[in-house]
Design a protein around this ligand. Structure first.
Ligand code: TUI
Length: 308
């Protein structure tokens, strides 16, 4: 399926795999890239040596383009931003902030830059700063989120910029892809669907939570800290949400409780203290499959709907 995004990046399907911190590593990224999408390794707040090793491993597993996500709130974002240049990573996506200060260096090095943006204003700023495309991410997404929905955000961003727009948030099948294209997007980014892929290296408990989730099983916590985050509803996240609501947890106490909670979910499957980040679309995901099958099925359905 051709679009401005497949042309820009030299990929077969206009689909990015979300750069999910602690989750998106080289095995998953290479599987997505080998299937014709754009696999992405999460920088998160990983040590530089770990990310370098992951980039090199991905290069050994695929000769297709792949990307790295730089999480801008990470204390070592600056050195990771330089690493992608040194390792000649073809594509960078960014999240959780404004990547303006790295843009010139990335562009000069020939890296394609695709920031995640939660608003029209930031999309316009990113286009002016030289971004090659933007990912308009709705509040349906998992993890750190903005307030606007995918349905409202995407067409407004499409109207405001000339660069290609990639829709994210709540997309997990061909209907989501077709709808995104109807809104004017030229590609999609998908996170939660790939949590339930065979190549995703998360703890089995995490996959089971995603597969078993119903439509009402995601919850947003941490609005009062300024870092709202969508997770699977568990005893732990319900405790956080009620502490936030009734004031029994101060924002500082909340931050203390959630420190390291993503690692505890991803690596240990710890239901007592882990934050299992996931999007609101988890209710629609019922089966673990290989990434290639996920992508091919999504685009077969989208092609049909779009009359291709
Ligand atoms: O970044 C994400 N999702 C994430 S990052 C993450 S790890 C994390 N750890 C600690 C605190 C926060 C996150 C888990 N999930 N998605 C992309 C995204 N970017 N969503 C929202 C934004 C965003 C928000 C504000 C992008 C730019 C922005 O700009 C503000 C500004 O500086 O103008």
């Amino acid at each position: 399926m051709k679009s401005a995004v497949t042309e820009l990046l030299g990929i077969e399907y206009p689909i990015f795999q979300g750069g999910m911190a602690w989750i998106a590593e080289s095995t998953l990224a290479a599987a997505v890239s080998n299937a014709g999408g754009l696999g992405i390794i999460a920088g998160g707040s990983a040590p530089i040596d770990y990310l370098r090793e992951q980039i090199r491993r991905c290069k050994s597993l695929t000769d297709k383009p792949f990307g790295v996500n730089i999480m801008l709130m990470s204390p070592n974002a600056e050195e990771l931003a330089q690493l992608v240049i040194d390792e000649k990573v073809p594509v960078v996506t960014t999240g959780a902030g404004n990547p303006g200060k790295y843009m010139a260096a990335w562009k000069e090095a020939g890296v394609k830059v695709v920031p995640v943006i939660p608003s029209v204003a930031l999309a316009v700023r990113m286009e002016r700063a030289g971004a090659d495309a933007v990912i308009a991410e709705g509040t349906e997404s998992g993890g750190h989120i903005g307030e606007n929905t995918t349905m409202c955000l995407v067409p407004q961003v499409v109207d405001a910029v000339k660069i290609p727009v990639i829709a994210a948030g709540g997309i997990a099948d061909g209907r989501g892809i077709a709808a995104s294209f109807m809104l004017g997007a030229q590609g999609v980014q998908v996170g939660t669907r790939f949590l339930a892929s065979e190549e995703c290296q998360i703890h089995p408990t995490y996959k089971e939570l995603v597969v078993k989730a119903k439509d009402t099983d995601s919850i947003v916590t941490g609005r009062y800290t300024g870092h709202p985050c969508r997770n699977v509803k568990t005893k732990f996240t319900k405790k956080l949400a009620s502490g936030e609501k009734d004031g029994s947890l101060t924002p500082d106490e909340f931050e203390q409780l959630t420190l390291g909670s993503l690692r505890k979910a991803v690596q240990d499957g710890n239901l007592e203290e882990g934050s299992f980040l996931c999007g609101a679309i988890a209710g629609m995901i019922n089966e673990v499959k290989p990434a290639k099958e996920i992508i091919e099925e999504m685009f077969a359905q989208a092609d049909k709907l779009l009359g291709k």
